[in-house]
Ligand binder design. Sequence first.
Ligand SMILES: [Ca+2]
Length: 265
Amino acid sequence: MTYTYSLVGGDTNNNKVSFSTNSSLLTVNSGSGSVTVRVESPDYPTTPQEATINFAPARAGITFTNLVQTQGATFQRVYNLPSNQASLYAPGRLVITYNENVESPTQPGSYTVLVSVLGSDPDYFGSASETLTIQPSFAASFGGANPNSDTDGDGVPALLEYAFNGSTNAPDWSKLPQINLTSNTLSLTATVRTNDPTLIIEPERATNLSLGTNAWTNQGITRHDSTNTNGVPPGFQQRTYSTTVTNEVRAFLRLQVRTNSPPSP
Ligand SMILES: [Ca+2]
């Protein structure tokens, strides 16, 4: 059966509907308003049908992606749209803000992302919100410094300054792990960085340094994460690593710090 469509009324100037060349295929486009369409069939030539189609803007199907990104890396778009709404990617149809700023963030932290369709959009409406985290990286935070460098000459290499909330331009002795020895417990306490998953801080224990690198093991050490946030900045945590010293003549504890992040791009 063949149908023929024609527009007979309504808001026909905004291309709400379109027809194929032989007028037998009706395509519904986007927009809002209404049109009246007449449908005719040669099989029923005396009974054309008319119907009014109402168009309303559709809710944008905004979803989120790339909500954890790394400082210094190329910023990735944080939202997606369904393929049939891809026209919304065009400039000027969506407004994206990060803590109410339109510039994508470059500094480590948490940001509220709000993706909104402009209120004037003829086809879509809606908004969605999520939290974006920018994780710090040693390379970006410390300007590409060599991990072993010591530009301020305080004897603390740059990577340790990064790990223990120090800086490359101020003395950081006070931020190095503090040693404590009680009757049978040896411990190290430090404020360590926790917001960079590429930074590895690993405690090691030894009892006989004459064995060289073989002396050190990560066994027999307990980690305590303090809930004390006094003087502890966001992205850091006060931790104590302890080991029991009972039968040994002597024991040693150290923190090994390394990064597996790539160099700054
Ligand atoms: Ca320093």
